[in-house]
Design a protein around this ligand. Structure first.
Ligand code: HEC
Ligand code: HEC
Length: 345
C-alpha cells in the first residue's frame, strides 16, 4: 500500500475516534452504593408496598431510629413519646447491621463468625438491615407461635412491625406516625448493590439489561439469587435425652460455645440488661447453668434455647427461643461444652 494513503487512513481513523476518546468510557449505570430497591425498580420490578409515608405529619427517619434503638422518641408535639415496651428495645433481639456473609443463606455458624468479627451480638431475631428488601415475614414455623397474627404479618411489613411491638416486645401498639417513621429509618438501612457480592459477569449482564441491551427478567433473577426474600425459621425440640444431648457428627467445640455465651446470652443477661435473671462470667453462673443442663427445668439451656420462656402476667419479659437457623444443634452442644468446662475449673 502507498505510504501516503496509509498515513491518510490513520489520520482519518484518529479523527473519528477522537470524539469517543473525549467522552471517556460510557457512564456506569451500576454503582456499589446503589440501593437495591432502586436497581430493582429500574429493571421493571414493582416497588414494595411498604414505602414509608413521609407525607404523614411527624414522620421522620430520626424518630424511627430513636424508636428502634431507644424505644421512644420526641412526639410531633415536642413531648417525649410513651415507651414502646417496659422491657425491651428492638435492638435487644435484632441487629441493625448486616450479619450474614452470604445473604442468600441463613447459616448460624457463618453468622456467628461474621458477627463476632464485626463486634455484633448473635440474636434470635433477624437483622433489620435489609428488612425492607424482604417480601415475607415471620416465615416457616412462626405461625405455630403466633397463629392467626402471622397471617396478617406474613405479607405485610407494617403488620409485622406491629406484631413485634406488641407481642415480641410485650409492648403497645404503635401510632401510624411511629410505624411510618420506623419504615423511613429501615429504608435507610436497605441492602446496597455491594452487599450482594455480584461477579463481574453478573454485573455486566445487569448493566446490559439496564441499557436495554439485555434480558431484564434474567437480571432480576440474578439479583434475587443473591439474597433471601424471607428469613426462614425451623422450630425444633430439645434433645430426647438431655444427659446425652444432641447427637452431632463432630466433637463439641467449647471455644465456639464461648462466642455464643458472650455474644448471645450475655447480651441480655449480663447485669440483668434485658432480663431479671443475671448471668455473668463468674463460677456461680457456670455452676448454676451446668447443674440444670440435663434436667427438665426452666433453667436448662436446652429448654430455654429451644422453647424460650413464656411471658408471665405482671412480669412480662420473656426469652424468645432460637429456631435452628439461629442456633444449630452443634452450636448448642458447643455452648454446653463451654459451660461444663468453665464449671469444672
Ligand atoms: C424480645 C425480642 C424481640 C424484640 C424486643 C423485638 N423483636 Fe422483632 N422479632 C423477634 C423475633 C424472634 C422475630 C422472628 C422472626 C425473625 O426475625 O426471624 C422477630 C421478627 C420481627 C420482624 C419480621 C422480620 C422478618 O424478616 O421476618 C420485624 C419486622 C420485627 N421483628 C420488627 C421489630 C421491631 C420494629 C421491634 C422494636 C419495636 C422489634 N422487632 C422488637 C424478636 C424481637
Ligand atoms: C433477647 C434477650 C435474651 C437472650 C439473647 C437470652 N436470654 Fe435468656 N432470658 C431472657 C429473658 C427476658 C428471660 C426471662 C426471665 C426474666 O427476665 O426474669 C430469660 C430467661 C432465661 C432463663 C430462665 C430463667 C428463669 O427465671 O426462668 C435461662 C436459664 C436463660 N434465660 C438462659 C439463657 C442462655 C443460656 C442464653 C444464651 C443461649 C440466653 N438466655 C439468651 C432474655 C434473653
Amino acid at each position: 500500500m502507498n505510504k501516503a494513503l496509509l498515513l491518510w487512513l490513520l489520520a482519518a481513523s484518529l479523527l473519528f475516534a477522537l470524539p469517543a476518546l473525549q467522552q471517556g468510557p460510557e457512564p456506569t449505570l451500576l454503582s456499589d452504593d446503589m440501593p437495591l430497591s432502586e436497581l430493582l425498580t429500574q429493571l421493571g420490578e414493582a416497588p414494595a408496598i411498604h414505602q414509608a409515608r413521609l407525607d404523614l405529619p411527624g414522620v421522620s427517619v430520626e424518630r424511627g431510629r430513636e424508636l428502634a434503638t431507644m424505644g421512644y422518641t420526641t412526639m410531633p408535639s415536642g413531648k417525649r413519646s410513651k415507651r414502646i415496651s417496659r422491657y425491651f428495645v428492638c435492638t435487644a433481639c435484632h441487629n441493625l447491621e448486616r450479619e450474614d456473609p452470604d445473604l442468600s443463606r441463613s447459616d448460624p455458624q457463618a453468622r456467628l463468625e461474621y458477627t463476632t468479627k464485626h463486634g455484633l451480638p448473635f440474636l434470635q431475631g433477624t437483622s433489620l438491615y435489609g428488612l425492607v428488601n424482604r417480601r415475607t415475614f415471620y416465615n416457616g414455623d412462626y405461625d405455630k407461635k403466633y397463629g392467626d397474627l402471622v397471617k396478617l404479618a406474613r405479607n405485610n411489613l407494617r403488620a409485622a412491625i406491629q406484631l413485634c411491638a406488641v407481642e415480641c416486645s410485650q409492648g403497645r401498639e404503635l401510632a401510624p406516625w411511629e410505624v411510618e417513621s420506623l419504615l423511613a429509618y429501615f429504608w435507610t438501612i436497605e441492602l446496597k448493590v455491594s452487599d450482594l457480592g455480584l461477579s463481574a459477569n453478573e454485573k455486566q449482564d445487569i448493566e446490559n439489561a439496564l441499557k436495554g441491551k439485555g434480558d431484564k427478567q434474567q437480571a432480576l433473577q440474578i439479583l434475587h439469587s443473591h439474597y433471601l426474600s424471607g428469613s426462614p425459621a425451623t422450630f425444633v425440640d430439645p434433645p430426647e435425652n438431655r444427659k446425652e444431648g444432641y447427637p452431632i457428627e463432630r466433637e463439641p467445640d467449647p471455644q465456639n460455645g464461648q462466642l455464643i455465651y458472650e455474644n448471645s446470652c450475655l447480651h441480655c443477661h449480663l447485669n440483668q440488661r434485658f432480663s431479671q435473671f443475671n448471668l455473668d462470667r463468674s463460677e456461680d453462673s457456670f455452676r448454676f447453668l451446668s447443674k440444670h443442663i440435663s434436667r427438665y427445668s426452666r433453667y436448662s439451656i436446652y429448654q430455654v434455647i429451644r422453647y424460650g420462656t413464656t411471658p408471665l402476667p405482671g412480669k412480662k419479659a420473656y426469652m424468645p427461643h432460637y429456631p435452628l437457623e439461629k442456633m444449630s444443634n452443634e452450636q448448642v452442644e458447643d455452648l454446653r461444652a463451654f459451660i461444663e468446662w468453665q464449671a469444672s475449673l
